[in-house]
Design a binder for this molecule. Structure first.
Ligand code: FES
Length: 116
């Protein structure tokens, strides 16, 4: 692909696998990681769904994504050493497509450290 091909590369869905427990699901373009998991009936740890409690924290083992710009910064719920391991706030984080592996304790309530 040339320059323009790369620039306008079509966004693609993301194929996610949960490390260890092995659940798989697809994140459509423009959907956050946790919403897609819950749509797929996966018991993702969560509480607030709006980026304030921290219980949906997830380690991204491989793959790429981003937080849309917003007035509140969900990364304040993540300690620097966790951010280094690739931890994200899954209810606010959007995968960029391709294959992804994540680490999260499916079926638990997660650890709320922020406000709910
Ligand atoms: S569910 Fe509360 S921060 Fe994501």
């Amino acid at each position: 692909m040339g320059f323009f091909g790369d620039l306008f590369k079509k966004a693609e869905p993301t194929n996610v696998t949960v490390k260890g427990s092995g659940e798989t699901f697809v994140v459509p373009v423009g959907m956050n990681l946790m919403k897609a998991a819950i749509n797929a009936k996966i018991a993702w740890p969560h509480s607030c769904k709006v980026g304030s409690c921290g219980s949906c924290r997830t380690v991204i083992v491989s793959g790429d994504g981003y937080y849309p710009s917003s007035p509140c910064d969900p990364t304040t719920l993540i300690k620097p050493e966790e951010a280094e391991k690739g931890m994200v706030i899954a209810c606010q984080w959007y995968p960029k497509g391709g294959d992804m592996e994540v680490e999260v304790a499916i079926g638990t309530e997660g650890d709320k450290r922020g406000m709910i």
